[in-house]
Design a protein around this ligand. Structure first.
Ligand SMILES: [Zn+2]
Length: 244
């Protein structure tokens, strides 16, 4: 296990500037004692941004988690003594779009499970800055249903429901049926002592490590860009959001 940084993006997903201490450098990569930079995981793409050290400026071009350690890849090599404080800022426009797209997918799966197929499963998803896709194993899912689901999801967006991130013990998590909607999620529920969940008030609760907006209204209007039928248990939708 590498150094476990304090995950500021979990404490406050709206934090976009912070100071941190360097734990170590490794070529072009930097490990910090705490970070608001989200590493690519759970289908959500990493943040980008910049790190300032006195008069030097580095671009953060990639962020990934390896052996529990969050590595910030910079645009050039850096030699910084451990313990040195750096000023960091994430590209907020990109992050905010990623958050809105991520919450949009949760609204959609929440609508599907609550209204269309109690046992509906998401078999994969990818969240980008400008669009998001989700794969489903949902009974009878077709283009017409996809369009209805998106209309229902847009109604939920307008209801301005709270989106809450919290941690549950494994026992509390067991009490909630259908908490995990994915295979990796099923495995996490078996292995972790505490489980982070995202709840959309009155609609959906599922285990999740991503960053989300505070209320569904911030998602904005969801558009269905594409529906693909890739087999009985494998349907895909691609969505995009209107500018706020
Ligand atoms: Zn998610």
């Amino acid at each position: 296990m590498g150094f476990m940084a304090d995950k500021l993006y979990w404490r406050d997903p709206y934090l976009h500037a912070f100071d941190a201490d360097v734990v170590r450098t490794h070529g072009n990569a930097l490990v910090l004692d705490k970070t608001a930079f989200y590493p690519t995981s759970g289908g959500q793409q990493n943040d980008t941004g910049k790190i300032l050290l006195e008069s030097q400026e580095f671009r953060v071009i990639d962020v990934k988690e390896e052996n529990g350690e969050i590595l910030h890849t910079l645009d050039k090599e850096c030699v910084i003594r451990p313990g040195t404080m750096v000023h960091c800022s994430i590209d907020w426009d990109r992050r905010y779009r990623l958050m809105r797209n991520h919450t949009a997918l949760h609204v959609i799966i929440g609508v599907i499970v609550s209204k269309y197929d109690r046992n509906g499963r998401s078999t994969g998803g990818q969240i980008y800055e400008d669009k998001a896709r989700m794969d489903f194993d949902v009974e009878g899912f077709n283009r017409e249903m996809a369009e209805k689901v998106i209309a229902d999801a847009n109604a939920v967006v307008l209801e301005d429901r709270k989106v809450i991130a919290k941690f549950l013990s494994r026992e509390e998590a067991r009490e909630i049926s259908n908490l995990s909607r994915t295979m990796p999620g099923d495995d996490l529920l078996k292995s972790l002592e505490t489980i982070r969940v995202i709840e959309i008030e009155g609609l959906d609760i599922q285990n999740d490590g991503g960053t989300h907006v505070r209320s569904t209204k911030e998602v904005g209007t969801i558009k269905l860009l594409k529906f693909e039928n890739n087999g009985k248990h494998n349907k895909r939708i691609v969505i995009a959001l209107d500018a706020l």
